[in-house]
Write a protein that binds this ligand. Structure first.
Ligand SMILES: [Zn+2]
Length: 449
């Protein structure tokens, strides 16, 4: 019986994954697009070409030669860096529609269903979640993987991210959210030893649930210092007892440039200043923060920090893995709260979702803008759609922020490999993938009390 299950799993994994994973990067020329480099201070480049060589942006210019290159005609389209999702939990993707369903709250429901997940369930959930992010132009994700009940769970998640073709920092977390058990640092460090161009490892760290529990602090400090010793980036949630948590981070000297603090919706000016001084960064996830009732995610509250980005925080908790929806929510929250329709600036929002997102994850040398020397993480948005029609010209930033949707992203390239083309994910059998995800989701529910 066990053998049959493993065989089915192996077949399933290969059937859904080989297509994206097997992408071989060739020289690609994106021709005549409206190029938006989105590096802060940079200008848009109408009718420009981008040459991709060995996965890297080799040139951005005009009239680049097409000889021997795969040409993507981008005339009339917007060419942007891929979005960077600074904080997610892709393993909850197969819990879609279960939160606030019959009063089910996110934490108890995800804890209960998450406890039943086997490595196969982790794989399919993270894989389809990453594919969804990619299809909407998100090319990088900081995935906080906090359902690792043993090495096989960690391996399954890492394989899912690799197979999906996304760029990621996988923040390796504990077996659940209780903070009772230690994180398997040996396994994390062994995974981190194998270099991978696209997937980096980090620590998905948590503070003790009881901040007065010195025994638990000793365990947490050990994890933190090991991560530091091995130069691994760290993410930590600051929510719930957020004020005391942030103060503990400051008092115990945990703030540093490798640490990304997540949420901290009501942080004080002093706390944010301490984070800024340390060189640390912040991940804001407006949809989930508002959905679970942390408060309104007001961008002006965090204006002192430049190292900040936007995140999805789990496709099912956010409803979908949609950066455009995230941009709209954070924009409308600010203009509504300030009663000022000029806030925030649409272009700065796009930079927040790209360049600043990459900076937040420590990846700004690699991705987040379209410039020579960076890896080719690119999305092309085709405005030839009902929801984007009627645009007469001018700066397209507001059009993209307020009108675009994931389905308008027709081409997605990660590390020089095309993962979406002509509006279709380059995957062998999307139907099979969805069926497997639904089967796994049903299995998790069927064993619920
Ligand atoms: Zn989170």
């Amino acid at each position: 019986m066990m053998k049959t299950t493993c065989l089915i799993t192996a077949l399933m994994m290969s059937a859904v994954s080989t297509s994206l994973a097997a992408q071989v990067s060739t020289d690609i020329l994106i021709k005549n697009g409206y190029v938006m480099p989105l590096k802060p201070g940079s200008e848009d480049l109408p009718d420009h070409d981008i040459l991709i060589h060995k996965g890297q942006i080799a040139a951005v210019g005009t009239n680049l030669s097409v000889t021997g290159r795969k040409v993507i005609n981008a005339h009339g389209k917007f060419v942007l860096p891929g979005f960077v999702d600074t904080h997610s939990h892709l393993w909850v993707t197969t819990m879609r529609g279960q939160f606030r369903n019959n009063d089910g709250k996110f934490f108890p429901v995800s804890n209960q269903l998450g406890a039943r997940m086997q490595p196969d369930d982790i794989y399919i959930s993270m894989y389809i979640g990453a594919v969804e992010l990619l299809s909407g132009g998100i090319t990088s994700s900081g995935d906080f993987f906090d359902n690792i009940k043993g090495p096989a769970w960690g391996d399954a998640g890492l394989k899912a991210l690799k197979d999906a073709g996304i760029r990621a920092v996988m923040y390796y977390g504990g077996p659940d959210k209780s903070t009772k058990s230690p994180i398997d640092m040996d396994h994390l460090l062994s995974l981190a030893q194998t270099p991978d161009d696209r997937i980096k490892l980090g620590l998905g760290w948590r503070l003790p649930r009881d901040l007065n529990d010195e025994q638990n602090w000793a365990m947490r400090e050990k994890e933190f210092s090991l991560a530091k010793k091995h130069n691994l980036p760290v993410q930590v949630h600051v929510s719930g007892d957020a004020d005391a948590m942030f103060n503990a981070l400051i008092k115990r000297n945990f703030l540093n440039s490798s640490l990304t603090v997540v949420h901290t919706t009501d942080a004080t000016k002093q706390q944010l200043m301490a984070l800024k001084k340390s060189g640390g960064s912040l991940a804001l996830t407006p949809i989930s923060e508002q959905r679970v009732g942390y408060g309104l995610t007001r961008l002006d509250h965090f204006s002192t920090l430049t190292r900040k980005g936007l995140g999805i925080d789990g496709n099912s908790l956010a409803g979908s893995g949609d950066m455009f929806a995230t941009l709209r929510l954070i924009a409308l929250t600010l203009s509504g709260a300030t009663k000022d329709e000029t806030q925030p600036d649409a272009r700065q929002l796009l930079e927040l979702a790209t360049w600043h997102g990459a900076d937040t994850l420590g990846l700004s040398a690699v991705t987040g803008s379209l410039e020579q020397g960076k890896r080719a993480d690119i999305q092309i948005i085709d405005p030839d759609a009902l929801n984007m029609s009627g645009f007469g010209g001018g700066d397209p930033a507001a059009l993209i922020v307020y009108s675009a949707r994931p389905e308008n992203v027709t081409t997605v390239i990660v590390d020089g490999s095309i993962v979406k083309q002509d509006g279709r994910m380059q995957i062998q059998d999307e139907g099979l993938l969805k069926r497997r995800a639904n089967e796994s989701a049903r299995r998790l529910l069927s064993t619920s009390e």
